[in-house]
Ligand binder design. Structure first.
Ligand SMILES: [Zn+2]
Length: 193
């Protein structure tokens, strides 16, 4: 650890705004949306535990009694985290799968969930039976089947893979991007043109 010194400088660390981008061992972000970020404290801890490589730094020195180092801005995990597992069945991931739009009218406002096959008819709360729907469409459909009301979802609901969600997430760039992150987030943009 080349950063450690024995100066014993007082720790007056004022860098809560130094989030660190976390990459998998293959240098892909662990997650695009929400973007995998750690507070700098986590990143420093992981460095000392030898769990990550520092890929890039902020131009900011952080000090404590025992060490002085540059605040990491990008780290990569030493052990690869498999992305082949099924993604969590969460509100957020479901909206992400459906592109944060109503599957009936593409409205992005006031999103809720619709059971394609209504619960009263035995419809389950699963990836295959839940879609994002705006409150208006949800109300219009009521507890009926899509065919009964002529409301056909533009997207057949399915269980996405992590890779599919990652691809969707890339279309929603975070509001804040540190310059050192760009290479790891959108490194293939040129190739796609
Ligand atoms: Zn709608």
């Amino acid at each position: 650890m080349g950063y450690v010194d024995k100066e014993g400088v007082m720790s007056s660390i004022d860098c809560n705004n130094y989030p660190c981008l976390v990459l998998n061992a293959d240098y892909q972000p662990l997650s695009y949306l929400p973007l995998s970020l750690w507070p700098w404290q986590e990143a420093v801890k992981a460095v000392f535990l030898d769990r990550v490589n520092v890929v890039d730094n902020y131009n900011k020195v952080i000090r404590s009694e025992n060490y002085k180092m540059m605040a990491p801005s990008v780290v990569s995990l030493k052990d690869y985290v498999s992305q082949d597992r099924a993604p969590a069945f969460t509100k957020f991931n479901l909206f992400l799968r459906d592109g944060f739009k109503c599957v009936y009218c593409s409205n992005a406002e006031e999103l809720t969930f619709d059971h394609l096959i209504p619960r009263r008819l035995g419809g389950k709360t699963t990836w295959e039976n839940i879609v994002a729907a705006c409150t208006r469409c949800n109300f219009k459909k009521g507890g009926r089947l899509p065919g009964e009301v002529g409301m056909v979802p533009k997207l057949k609901p399915f269980q996405p893979s992590i890779h599919q969600l990652q691809a969707k997430g890339r279309k929603f760039p975070p509001n804040y991007l540190h310059t050192t992150w760009a290479d790891y987030l959108y490194w293939d943009v040129e190739l796609e043109k």
